[in-house]
Design a protein around this ligand. Structure first.
Ligand code: NAD
Length: 447
């Protein structure tokens, strides 16, 4: 779907008009390309903890240009700020304020990344207040940054026990990369002691088999393409009515198409049978299929209410129960489910949808221990406004408002969600489990 306003506002006349009238001026976002360097520019590093120094050492070892001082005309791609050592308000003040000049000089489409302690790790009242206080800084700075730049945080959920901080560095790398282009004002809690495997940067999913539901179109089709590009063999699932579109996506990427309505009671059996027939096990599952049936709660019939819960939540619960411990489960299963910012903040006309999307956040939280025991992980992504057929059905005026109401002043693209999922299902995200990461350009409304 095209965003004509964005296209116009980036013409010379459009830019003048936006400046004169104070209109939103969304900047074209630079998106991920595996052929380009994964960390696209110089990084200014400001911090002092052992964990921070280890991240810097890891990046330098991978030939990333990390500096401790900036020359007057330097425009860093990213500013990496470490305040995980801060236990007092004074230490936090110092840690953040010393980054001010560097933040001012950050490049277009740049990044500010703050490493801090997860509040659960803090001991004592002041240290806890400081850890939570960091979230206010990152969220506000993300609102203030312009020209496509974003701010995000990585939170340590455990005290690093050795010099091995691969999972922490991988999370920082994710935020440094263009994979995270539509993620802003968010936090990724990471267990720094989960080292994960050495990651093949170009094909991080090589040798993996990935199930993707709702793969015939929209975000699901883009997830299928992205996981395939990253090396996975994709098994795409969709309803029989979408069979032609599903076949076309799967043919394009050399994947396998399985026509199943996921709400059918025997859907897990059918999917497992299709895998077994080809001698495959699923290392990755992405529960993407979803529907909306919007109406005010008082006007909604039971069919509209229940069908959304069936597709978006109940079908996933049934699948997961049958999948974990089955003979088609891969050795270290990584699962991602699609939530929504509506599931976090609620949305008028979407009581049914919000139940289902908040429900999957609960599913993820309560399944994390089981997935960890199986050597894997389960996480959710919560997209905001993404340009798809689903959102093209929103009435024009509402759609135009929804698309501008985030810090990046534009809708995301299906590939923006797909890139985040591709990170979460890779070994690079070994330290991330039970989390919900928003991909919403920092929606200004709601939570
Ligand atoms: P879409 O409507 O374009 O595509 C959904 C796909 O799921 C379709 O191919 C459809 O046939 C399939 N599907 C529906 N019911 C199914 C069933 N019972 N069995 C198998 N397949 C089924 O939607 P989209 O915009 O690409 O959204 C994908 C996911 O992202 C959904 O879970 C949606 O709730 C979520 N999401 C989307 C947005 C957005 O802005 N587009 C925002 C937040 C969350």
């Amino acid at each position: 779907m095209t965003d004509r306003y964005s296209d116009f506002i980036n013409t010379p006349i459009g830019k003048k008009l936006a400046g004169a009238l104070g209109l939103p001026a969304p900047v074209p976002l630079e998106r991920y390309n595996p052929a380009e360097p994964q960390v696209p520019g110089m990084i200014m590093a400001i911090g002092e903890s052992a964990a921070f120094e280890q991240v810097v050492a890891d990046l330098v070892a991978e030939h990333v240009d990390v500096r401790r001082n900036l020359a007057p005309r330097d425009r860093p791609h990213a500013v990496l700020i470490g305040v995980d050592h801060a236990t007092t308000v004074e230490e936090l003040e110092h840690g953040l304020m010393q980054a001010q000049a560097a933040v001012k000089s950050v490049a277009r489409n740049g990044r500010v990344i703050v490493i801090s302690k997860h509040p659960e790790l803090a001991t004592g009242i002041e240290e806890h207040a400081v850890a939570v206080g960091v979230t206010g800084f990152v969220r506000s700075l993300a609102h203030e940054l312009r020209a496509g730049a974003t701010a995000n945080g990585v939170q340590l959920t455990a005290q690093p026990s050795s010099g091995e901080l691969t999972a922490l560095t991988q999370a920082v790398r994710f935020f440094l990369s263009k994979r995270s282009v539509f993620v802003s004002g968010q936090f990724l809690p990471v267990d720094p002691n989960q080292t994960g495997a050495t990651v093949d940067r170009v094909h991080p999913l090589a040798g993996k088999v990935a199930l993707v539901t709702g793969a015939a179109r929209g975000i699901g089709a883009e997830i299928a393409r992205t996981l395939s590009r990253d090396g996975a063999t994709v098994v795409g699932i969709d309803i029989p009515a979408a069979g032609d579109a599903l076949a076309s996506v799967c043919n394009e990427i050399g994947g396998l198409a399985v026509q199943v309505d996921i709400t059918a009671m025997d859907a897990p059996e059918k999917i497992f049978a299709a895998l077994k027939q080809r001698g495959l096990k699923a290392d990755i599952v992405v529960h993407n299929a979803g529907i909306t049936r919007d109406k005010l709660f008082v006007n909604m019939d039971a069919m509209q209410f229940n069908s959304v819960l069936e597709v978006n939540l109940a079908a996933q619960l049934r699948f997961n129960k049958a999948f974990l411990g089955s003979d088609v489960q891969g050795d270290a299963p990584r699962m991602v489910t699609l939530s929504s910012t509506s599931g976090i903040a609620g949305n008028r006309g979407q009581t049914n949808y919000a139940v289902s999307k908040a429900g999957v956040i609960g599913l993820v939280e309560s399944s994390a221990a089981d997935f960890a025991a199986a050597g894997g992980s389960i996480n959710a992504v919560a997209p905001g406004f993404i340009e798809t057929e689903m959102t093209s059905r929103i009435p024009f005026a509402t759609r135009e408002v929804a698309r501008r109401l985030n810090s990046l002043q534009q809708g995301g693209k299906p590939e923006d969600v797909a890139e985040v999922i591709a990170f979460l299902v890779s070994d690079a995200a070994a330290g991330v489990n039970g989390q919900t990461l928003r991909v919403c350009g920092q929606n200004l409304v709601g939570a």
